[in-house]
Design a protein around this ligand. Structure first.
Ligand SMILES: [Zn+2]
Length: 320
């Protein structure tokens, strides 16, 4: 396997340029991650890639051009709100395109170099084809998947969304698509209201959407059971060519927005499982993209733990 003995880390300080006073999805998330990743030696050990912005004609592989225009025009006119949760500042259009581009580069890196992690914001998994919502402007994971399917001859992709919220936007993007498996674990009932177990896709895509709603208060053991009974067997039998993780860290015990009880070691365990699975089923092709996570300390510690675990699973940095 060609890992080149590094991970690819998609990183730009530009992701601090989208912010709104008092909002939990804030630039300090990137600042906290920078400090933690730096202290852990991640920037010294790995391949650090500055993202390039995506373009509107790529974003419209998933999104209605009217949404793209709305975000651009809202930014150009000084900013505003797409819904009561979702702000646009003068910088947001450019930063959101940079997030899409960064996640796209993470998927390409997973094909060409080895495992990757894109530390982008704003998050994307709530953005559905026609609408930005839930802090999300464009669905970076969905657009990136469509671009590499178009350009790289990759057909079957599995998305594991372990953000605490249901990834309604990603689900919508691939609802009738049999070649993208979407598996989501999330607090339920909870924002945004979707994600019941009987939402399974439709038409040719029936069965390629798998929702695993979990009760508030679920902990590492509950996630472990869901992985072992549902997540891992489903991805394994799907036989993907690439595994993409919508990696939010807001299921953490310390997160202020949700009510789950996953620990930092719980995220480490989940990373070990997906890394092992990717190595078994798709030559180790694994890309992670940041979604939520609003306690700066638990966000940073969990991201460091996930990277450390992936290094161990791929024997990155090991002699020989
Ligand atoms: Zn979330």
């Amino acid at each position: 396997m060609k890992t080149n003995n590094v991970m690819t880390i998609i990183w730009s300080d530009r992701f601090e340029d989208h912010g709104m006073d008092g909002h939990p999805e804030r630039p300090e998330r990137i600042a906290a991650l920078r400090t933690a990743l730096d202290e852990a030696g991640v920037f010294r050990r790995h391949r650090i890639v500055e993202p390039e912005p995506s373009q509107p004609d790529i974003v419209d592989l998933v999104h209605d051009p009217r949404l793209i225009d709305l975000v651009r025009q809202t930014a150009e006119s000084g900013g505003g709100w797409l819904d009561p949760d979702t702000y646009v500042t003068p910088e947001s259009y450019d930063v959101a395109l940079l997030a899409v581009g960064g996640v796209t580069q993470a998927l390409e890196a997973a094909l060409d170099y080895g495992p990757s992690f894109a530390f982008v914001r704003p998050p994307g998994h709530h953005a559905d084809p026609g609408r930005g919502m839930g802090f999300c402007l464009f669905n970076s994971v969905a657009v990136a998947i469509q671009k590499i399917r178009r350009d790289r001859g990759i057909e079957r992709i599995a998305v594991l969304d372990w953000d605490v919220h249901h990834g309604n936007g990603t689900q919508a993007a691939f609802w009738s698509d049999p070649d993208v498996l979407f598996v989501s674990l999330h607090q339920y009932p909870f924002y945004p209201g979707t994600g019941a177990a009987n939402e399974r896709g439709e038409g040719e895509g029936l069965g390629s959407t798998i929702n695993i709603p979990l009760a508030a208060g679920s902990d590492d053991a509950d996630y472990r059971q869901a992985f072992e009974e549902q997540v891992l067997p489903a991805i394994r039998s799907f036989e993907p060519q690439l595994v993409v993780v919508s990696a939010g860290f807001d299921a953490h015990l310390e997160d202020p927005l949700a009510n789950m009880r996953v620990t930092t070691d719980g995220f480490r365990w989940m990373a070990a499982q997906v890394a092992g699975l990717a190595r078994d089923v798709c030559e180790g092709r694994l890309a992670l993209a940041l979604e939520g996570g609003y306690n700066l300390q638990s966000l940073s510690a969990s991201a460091v733990a996930v990277i450390d675990e992936i290094e161990q699973q791929y024997e990155i940095g090991a002699a020989g």
